[in-house]
Design a protein around this ligand. Structure first.
Ligand code: TXA
Ligand code: MG
Length: 347
């Protein structure tokens, strides 16, 4: 995995592009970002246009050091200070009241701003060389799977984003944990690699209200982080049965599971992503992209375990699936088949 620094001339080219109001894709430890000079409203508008993202959905401002926070936030409450101290640089985004100079194009018209100090060495190099804030969402089309490699950014945007800094595969692979410190009680708006108990070890009163509608978090839209192929979450017990039904007419099915298949089936592509949350998370978007390209009519994802270590993965999978995509199999039939074999027919 390449996480080394890049040659300075590559960084310099990216800085020139940013200063000229162009967009630059860059690696972070979570996912790749599509960056614009945060002080250039036209450049920021380009991000929204290129992503196809509604103007009301705010961007994260990336800075190189916590001391830059004062430029972007009107005030930094003690809880935010404590979290920044403990988790920056790293996969944490803080939502704070915006400083008056923060462009409303970034904040989606809101009075709050999201800020993060990424730890990826290339992101750090870029931010230091640029010397100012970079507004960046994940470098994918609106609603799609976030990129964790440069090829993904190229797949999403091609020549429309000429400067893509290559920092190798993202180590975390899921977007940052977002905590709003705007109200008296800080709230988790999006789960990520930093878990609720890690946050609570620093700020015990933090509450978990993912998917709250205010402030707006596009990641909480019904369908987000989604492949093109319909995706359904399926209980492990019924997985093979659902595959059997869906491939009965020789249609293809793709499966993301945590174990090997119990029955062979030539119409299925099966990825065993294993049972370790950290590795599963790191590879989730690569795996979804692979399965999306397999020509399957449906992606089935084995339900992941309960428990905090899986919160971020569970959240992204839930958003990638939609209610109308959920395939169900009568559990009684599945159980009977498990006991008596294929002779049990569906009603
Ligand atoms: O890991 C990450 O956070 C990546 C990397 C590139 O830093 N970025 C990322 O950006 O995931 P994006 O735009 O895909 O998601 C940013 C999230 C959105 O859900 C957005 O609504 C939320 O941050 N956000 C931004 N500003 C906000 C605000 N003022 N209040 C509430 N949520 C905000
Ligand atoms: Mg995104």
């Amino acid at each position: 995995m390449v996480t080394a620094r890049l040659p300075q001339d590559e960084i310099d080219r990216a800085v020139v592009a940013l200063r000229e109001g162009e967009l630059v894709a860059f690696p972070t430890e979570t996912v790749y970002g599509l960056g614009a000079d945060a002080q250039n409203p036209d450049a920021v508008r380009k991000v929204f246009e290129l992503k196809g993202r509604p103007a009301t959905h705010p961007l994260i401002v990336h800075i190189d050091h916590p001391r830059q926070l004062e430029r972007w936030a009107l005030s930094v409450p003690p809880a935010a200070h404590a979290l920044a101290e403990r988790f920056w640089p790293g996969p944490l985004t803080l939502v704070l009241r915006r400083a008056p100079a923060v462009d409303l194009a970034i904040t989606g018209g809101q009075e709050t701003v999201a800020v993060r100090v990424p730890s990826h060495p290339v992101a750090q190099q870029l931010l230091r060389a640029f010397g100012a804030g970079i507004a960046a969402p994940s470098a994918n089309r609106y609603g799609r799977v976030s990129p964790t490699r440069t090829e993904h950014v190229q797949e999403e945007f091609g020549a429309a984003v000429p400067v893509v800094l290559d920092g190798g595969d993202c180590k975390i692979g899921l977007e940052s944990t977002i905590v709003s410190c705007v109200d008296a009680v800080p709230r988790v708006l999006r789960p990520g690699a930093i878990t609720l108990s890690q946050l609570r070890a620093v700020v015990p009163e933090i509450v978990d209200v993912q998917g709250a509608s205010v402030p707006r978090v596009p990641g909480s839209d019904a369908k987000h982080y989604a492949p093109r192929t319909p995706l359904s979450i399926v209980n492990s017990r019924t997985l093979e049965e659902v595959v059997r039904q869906l491939t009965a007419d020789h249609g293809k099915v793709a499966v993301l599971a945590m174990r090997p298949p119990r029955a062979a089936n030539k119409f299925m592509t099966w990825i065993n992503a294993g049972r370790r949350a950290e590795i599963y998370a790191r590879e989730l978007y690569v795996n979804l992209r692979t399965l999306d390209k397999s020509g399957a009519r449906e992606i089935l994802v084995e339900e992941v375990p309960a428990g905090e270590a899986w919160d971020a993965v569970r959240d992204r999978l839930r958003r990638a699936a939609t209610a109308e995509n959920v395939v169900t199999v009568d559990p009684d039939i599945a159980a009977l088949r498990a006991d008596f074999g294929e002779d049990v027919l569906p009603p």
